[in-house]
Design a protein around this ligand. Structure first.
Ligand code: FES
Ligand SMILES: [Fe+2]
Length: 356
């Protein structure tokens, strides 16, 4: 387990970005408690449908707002009212802005009776939060995941990959990691390029894969991060697909990870068969990702990489990631050194260059 300081990423332990914090269906049974960024939160769906995310502990006497099954506030189903949540201990209620809006046995509400609230939204079957050590509003949008709302696509069901005792930079390094695709995934690379632009980091690569190939025998992927927490990937091959890998720091050096994959049906809406094929394709993709996961589970932190010229641009991906661990006032200076297009040694950088 390596910490942000050990990797030398920046002054904040936890980065700024949009991060997945739950699968949306986890909220169907009422409020849930989650831990990320070394902090405990409660998340619930208010009666208006609004997603509310608050710090978990009641300022009155420190009770966890939702880890309770026996208080009559919970048993009677009165804990969520409107978009507010009531503490199971003495019934103080907190609104979606975190401010106490009712103390059932008092006339006056103390000014300090509030918990911190966070920007959280439901999209593509997941709950995402904006995390920002500077406490500012988002400076880029959460990805749209437009395929989720397109009826021709078989939606993903999230694979909960679990918690990895690794810093998320080890996962981000995948974007520069040309040389592992052959040995780990039996998909040796024939062209490869990374592009860094603002909060976006893109990898374009293709090669002959032993498994998931198209008529050319060429498997091509475009993979990109919009910020630090969410990677998406499109793959040409047997079916059009759209993958998500979401990863969120739990503690400094511990990361929770999800995987999902949507597949486009040939017709306007997926048949039973298309759905089954989509599920099988997601499972094949999960198994490929699990190969990386096994490596990460047992490796030491790569706080210094013995990088050779034929490796992809690990150093640039790290520099790009460091913008999220530093104040926004440093972003321009970091990007000046990080932005650009990078290959790996003499390897061709585009499909055209290999004449495929
Ligand atoms: S501890 Fe929450 S209302 Fe008293
Ligand atoms: Fe991989």
């Amino acid at each position: 387990m390596g910490t942000t300081a050990e990797y030398g990423l920046g002054e904040y332990s936890f980065p700024r970005s949009w991060f997945m914090v739950a699968e949306a269906s986890e909220l169907d049974g009422g409020p849930i408690g989650v831990r990320f960024f070394a902090n405990d939160f409660v998340i619930y769906r208010g009666e208006s449908g609004k997603i509310v995310m608050l710090d978990a502990y009641c300022p009155h006497m420190g009770t966890h707002l939702c880890k309770n099954t026996t208080s009559y506030i919970v048993r009677d189903g009165t804990q969520i009212h409107g978009d507010s949540i009531r503490c199971p201990y003495h019934g103080w209620s907190f609104g979606d802005d975190g401010k106490c809006d009712d103390i059932p046995y008092a006339k006056r509400i103390p000014e300090a009776a509030k918990v911190k609230s966070y920007t959280a939204v439901e999209r593509a079957g997941a709950i995402f939060m904006w995390h920002d050590p500077e406490g500012l509003e988002p400076d880029f949008d959460l990805p749209a995941f437009a395929q989720w709302d397109d009826p021709a696509w078989v939606r993903w069901r999230f694979d909960h990959m679990g918690e990895l005792a690794s810093h998320p930079i080890e996962i981000l390094y995948n974007l520069a990691d040309m040389a592992h695709l052959g040995p780990v995934h039996a998909a040796p690379v024939e062209y490869f390029e990374d592009e860094i632009r603002g909060h976006v980091c893109i990898q374009r690569q293709g090669g002959r894969s032993r498994t998931l190939v198209d008529a050319n025998g060429l498997l091509e992927t475009d993979s990109w991060y919009l910020g630090h927490g969410v990677m998406q990937s499109t793959m040409t091959g047997l079916m059009d697909s759209h993958m998500i890998i979401a990863h969120t720091p739990v503690e400094d050096g511990v990361t929770k990870v999800w995987h999902g994959l949507m597949v486009k049906a040939p017709g306007a809406t997926p048949t039973e068969q298309d759905i089954a094929a989509g599920r099988a394709y997601q499972e094949a993709s999960r198994q490929a990702f699990a190969q990386d996961f096994e490596i990460w589970t047992y490796k030491k932190p790569a706080t210094a990489i013995m990088r050779i010229p034929e490796d992809g641009p690990f150093h640039k991906v790290k520099l790009w990631a460091s913008q999220f661990y530093n104040p926004r006032s440093k972003t321009a200076e970091i990007l000046k050194r990080a932005e650009g297009r990078y290959g790996a040694g003499d390897m061709p950088r585009t499909r055209e260059r290999i004449g495929a």
